[in-house]
Design a protein around this ligand. Structure first.
Ligand code: NAD
Length: 457
């Protein structure tokens, strides 16, 4: 197994400046859109096979998400790719200064299995928009989507610029030995560390889209019906396998009682009584993850749900009250259909608890108290935040997406993605006009005085 030739083809192509051309970039972006729209049913089928994804869910969060990303990028690409003028101080006059975004080269994109189409194609939109080549390595844990991407990408995109390598740890380990110009990895933090260590060898910049435990605080002022509806949607979308899903809820005891009642109502209204046979509810990706999630059932009191079927990787939407804070369900990222609710004494106690833990990918608060929400925004560091809803910031293409600290580094979506995969090159252009001799030796006291004066102009 050796991918050196493939990477070399992309590197040589990149050096011919073909991918720098804006018309080439736009054509490829349109082709990405065509890929998902012309093969919509194939995409939905693959996502159903990998994760039992309901068609509507798969369409919103993967197929149409990618198409929308292309539209947004095409709308703004001319502006974002332009040189960005900055002012030139007197010391550098006469002159013109600007930032010239330039492509980085060949980017390795490694996707995760939970949104297996979106998590490689959305980064690819940004990578191509910025004028790069790409090697894509979809997750081996979503084999139907991986195979579909391996088939369709060479049919739609410029083969010399973009290629797909399927496989798992062995292939990835090999790929990580090559001198890519940027590595974009989505997945867990443990592998994130492997990726960053490998990248360090060649000093390759990395974008790490990782996970973590995204907390939710629900205040007594919140509208519990709306809160429960939004929480139930965000938690059980893709059966809980969403990196920005609400991981656990913090609230006071009196609110918890009513919130549980409201959540139960929403579960019934969304998924009915026979959830196991309901096509509007997804499956856990494989048996290993089903067993892992099921093992958390013993932590805390199950106040709703609890059914597991290992043969079909089914886990019922489940609410667990007050597991110990040091139990596995409260230390691991759940990434599945279990929702712990922890009762705490106050809003301050909730903030203290969240701040004592690793910075999450997202953090949520449901409250009508504007002072409280502002203090949450100010004090809680997380990749993104949503007030009175969950996940929906991801539907705003101009909001950068990414983690902070252990939940990741680097951002994409819209302009943030374009900038992330560009090098923002600084350029100062100076004409051949004779300089004032102040900066040249011999250094005199007068020159010193003049320089001090100029510096403040
Ligand atoms: P995964 O198992 O699909 O792994 C991701 C990628 O890493 C795959 O391409 C895989 O082949 C590769 N990989 C796995 N083990 C490796 C190894 N030892 N060496 C080199 N490469 C290896 O996905 P996962 O990690 O189970 O994904 C779930 C995690 O991803 C969760 O923590 C979730 O929060 C996070 N996630 C983050 C985002 C985000 O955008 N921030 C999105 C989705 C998932």
């Amino acid at each position: 197994m050796n991918f050196a030739k493939q990477v070399d083809v992309h590197k040589a192509y990149f050096n011919r400046q073909i991918t720098h051309d804006l018309a080439w970039r736009k054509k490829q972006l349109l082709q990405i859109k065509k890929l998902v729209t012309e093969n919509e049913q194939l995409c939905l089928d693959a996502l159903k096979a990998d994760l039992g994804k309901p068609a509507l869910e798969a369409w919103i969060t993967e197929v149409s998400y990618v198409a929308g990303d292309v539209d947004h990028m095409l709308k703004h690409l001319n502006k974002w790719a332009k040189k960005r003028k900055v002012s030139t101080p007197v010391v550098a006059q006469p002159g013109r200064s600007y930032i010239q975004p330039e492509p980085q080269g060949t980017v390795l994109i490694m996707g995760a299995w939970n949104y297996p189409l979106q998590l490689v194609l959305a980064p690819l939109v940004a990578v191509i928009a910025a004028g790069n080549c790409a090697v894509i390595k979809p997750s081996e844990l979503s084999p139907a989507t991986s195979a579909l991407l391996a088939k369709l990408i060479p049919q739609y995109l410029d083969k010399k610029a973009v290629s797909v390598i399927e496989g798992g740890v062995e292939e990835t380990t090999e790929l990580l030995t090559y001198p890519f110009d940027h590595i974009m990895y989505t997945g867990n933090g443990q592998v994130g560390r492997i990726v960053m260590t490998a990248a360090a060898k060649h000093l390759i910049p990395v974008t790490l889209e990782l996970g973590g435990k995204s907390p939710v605080y629900v205040d007594k002022s919140a509208d519990l019906t709306i809160t429960a509806q939004r929480l139930a949607w965000g938690k059980w979308l893709n059966a809980g396998q969403t990196c920005i899903a609400p991981d656990y809820i913090l609230t006071t005891k009196d609110v918890a009682e009513n919130l549980i009642i409201a959540l139960k109502k929403q579960i019934k209204s969304m998924f009915g009584d026979d959830i196991k046979h309901n096509p509007h509810y997804g499956r856990i990706v494989n048996r290993r993850h089903t067993e892992r999630i099921a093992s958390y059932m013993g932590n805390g009191e199950i106040v709703h749900g609890g059914e597991v079927d290992l043969t079909t990787n089914y886990i019922e939407p489940t609410i667990i009250l007050n597991p110990a804070l040091d139990s596995a369900i409260m230390t691991d990222e759940i990434f599945g259909a279990l929702l712990p609710i922890i009762t705490i004494d106050s809003f301050d106690a909730a903030k203290t608890l969240v701040k004592s833990r690793e910075k999450p990918l997202s953090a949520y608060i449901f409250s009508k108290d504007s002072q409280q929400t502002q203090s949450w925004i100010n004090e809680i560091s997380s990749g993104s935040q949503c007030i009175n809803d969950v996940i929906m910031f991801n539907a705003v293409p101009d909001l950068p997406f990414g983690g902070v600290g252990p939940s990741g580094m680097g951002q994409y979506s819209g302009k943030a993605g374009f900038d992330n995969f560009s090098h923002l090159k600084s350029v100062l252009y100076r004409p051949f006009l004779k300089d004032l001799p102040v900066r040249f030796a011999p250094y005199t006291k007068l020159k010193f005085k003049l320089l001090r004066l100029i510096r403040h102009l």
